[in-house]
Design a protein around this ligand. Structure first.
Ligand code: ZN
Length: 218
């Protein structure tokens, strides 16, 4: 039945909308809110970074989607930073057919700049095979990933791709293949031009306010 017909590929935009719906169900993605960002600008949408990895089976599912996308790539190492990204990176490495190792770099700030450093124990892995898949949870400015790319270069490795759950802006580009489950930028407004303010909608409390890890603008 219908075997002569080729399956119709799901439109990317539809797939993204489905993925956004799933993230919304978990509470990761909130809409119809009225949040004040650190910049002072207002927005009606929000991704709760801290909630991305709170449902293990869901994190594994997301890891599986990213691993499947990069399934045909030869990967020796999956590299991340941060706790949430690390949990996701573990799930990607676990699901990838090449059985890559999972390693992480520590992240810090120096003079207002993001810096990453590799655990010394991990350096030897690059000599065994340095094809690296970089994993992030939320890509906003891409600054952390840029630092990870530099780190891989300095170790003599090669970046094979970058995977993340959410890319906040399509303008964040790299010379390597990028795969994100969702790519969506939120509109933000100056308080004087905010449509929610004009409608008298009260400000929603930002659940992660004061936490740099969950800053919606990072
Ligand atoms: Zn407003």
């Amino acid at each position: 039945m219908g075997s002569r017909e080729k399956p119709v590929p799901i439109d990317e935009e539809i797939l993204e909308r489905l993925n956004r719906g799933i993230l919304q169900r978990t509470g990761v993605y909130r809409t119809n809110v009225h949040i004040v960002l650190r910049s002072g600008r207002h927005t009606s949408e929000y991704v709760a970074k801290a909630l991305v990895t709170t449902e293990p089976a869901f994190t594994e599912g997301l890891g599986d989607i990213i691993a499947t996308h990069f399934g045909r790539y030869q990967v020796d190492l999956v590299l991340t930073t941060g706790y949430g990204a690390g949990l996701l990176g573990h799930c990607v490495a676990r699901a990838h057919p090449a059985r890559p190792r999972f390693i992480f770099a520590t992240k810090g700030k120096a003079g207002g700049r993001t810096e990453v450093a590799l655990q010394p124990e991990y350096r030897a892995f690059f000599a065994e095979g340095g094809r690296v898949l970089i994993i992030e949870d939320i890509l906003t400015t891409g600054e952390t990933v840029k630092q990870l790319i530099k780190l891989v270069d300095s170790m003599g490795g090669q970046v094979v791709g970058i995977g993340a759950i959410w890319r906040r802006s399509g303008r964040v580009k790299f010379k390597y293949p990028v795969f994100t489950v969702v790519t969506r930028d939120f509109p933000t407004y100056a308080p004087s031009e905010c449509p929610m303010c004009r409608q008298g909608i009260p400000i929603t409390e930002n659940p992660e306010h004061g936490s740099s890890e969950g800053d919606p603008e990072e």
